[in-house]
Structure formats: structure tokens, C-alpha cells
Ligand binder design. Structure first.
Ligand code: HEC
Length: 109
């Protein structure tokens, strides 16, 4: 059992390593960096809006969504008054932003 667990952990490590070498995984980035505020499946939380059924995400151009992610949306730029915090700007590589935008589009439809 112990040995099996060890092999499992090793396999996970290899998979994670392989992941960095391949195209950015939008859903993995989402779960790591966005889910704490936006919810594990994009259902939203008390802190931030949902992506599921989000009409703005559905209709906005990819570049517009990418802009919001990279620059954030705080202070006067905030759109939703019901959330105490703003959207903090995210430090992501271009391909990661692209992948995460695709993940949001997938959740919004
Ligand atoms: C600390 C909490 C927090 C984290 C982490 C966070 N967000 Fe946000 N996000 C917010 C809040 C709050 C808003 C609403 C801002 C406003 O009032 O306009 C928001 C808004 C957005 C919007 C605009 C939605 C709309 O309906 O206009 C997008 C897109 C977005 N976030 C994407 C992301 C992505 C992608 C990540 C991860 C890379 C992320 N956010 C991480 C809190 C967060």
C-alpha cells in the first residue's frame, strides 16, 4: 500500500512536470489562481462574480477579457458594488492568459 502510494505520488509529479513543458492548461491555472475567489467551477463566491452564465464573458472579445485579467479591475473601474474587493491583477505569461480566457469562455456558455 505504502509503495503504491509512493508510485502514485511519483506519477503525479511527472505529470505536473510534463504539464509545464506542454501548452498551458487553462483549467489548471484557473483552479490554482482564480478558484479561491471565483469558485471551483466558476459558480462565483461571496467574494467574486460567477463565470457560469456570465453574459459579459460570453460576449466580450478574448483581448478584453485578457486585459481584465492582466490589469485587474479595482477602485473606480470596479463594476460590481456587491463585492468588497476588486479584481487583483494577475501575473501570468501570455500563453497562460490565453489558456485561462478559453477556460472562462467554456464556463460562461
Ligand atoms: C482575490 C480574489 C480574486 C482572484 C484571486 C481572482 N479574481 Fe477575478 N475578480 C474578482 C472580483 C472581486 C471581481 C469583480 C470586480 C468588479 O467589481 O468589477 C473579479 C472580476 C473578474 C473578471 C470580470 C468578470 C465580469 O463579469 O466582469 C474576470 C474576467 C476575472 N475576474 C478573471 C479572473 C481570473 C482569470 C483569475 C485567475 C487568474 C481571477 N479573476 C482571480 C476577484 C478575484
Amino acid at each position: 500500500m505504502r509503495k503504491l502510494l509512493g508510485i502514485g505520488i511519483l506519477a503525479l509529479g511527472v505529470a505536473a512536470f510534463a504539464g509545464t513543458a506542454m501548452a498551458a492548461d487553462g483549467m489548471a491555472i484557473y483552479k490554482a489562481k482564480c478558484a479561491p475567489c471565483h469558485g471551483a467551477d466558476g459558480q462565483g463566491t461571496a467574494m467574486a462574480p460567477a463565470f457560469k452564465g456570465n453574459a459579459w464573458v460570453k460576449g466580450a472579445a478574448d483581448a478584453e477579457i485578457a486585459d481584465t485579467i492582466v490589469k485587474g479591475r479595482e477602485g473606480a473601474a470596479k463594476k460590481y458594488k456587491q463585492y468588497a474587493i476588486g479584481m487583483p491583477k494577475q501575473k501570468l505569461a501570455d500563453d497562460e492568459v490565453k489558456a485561462v480566457v478559453a477556460a472562462l469562455k467554456g464556463m460562461a456558455k
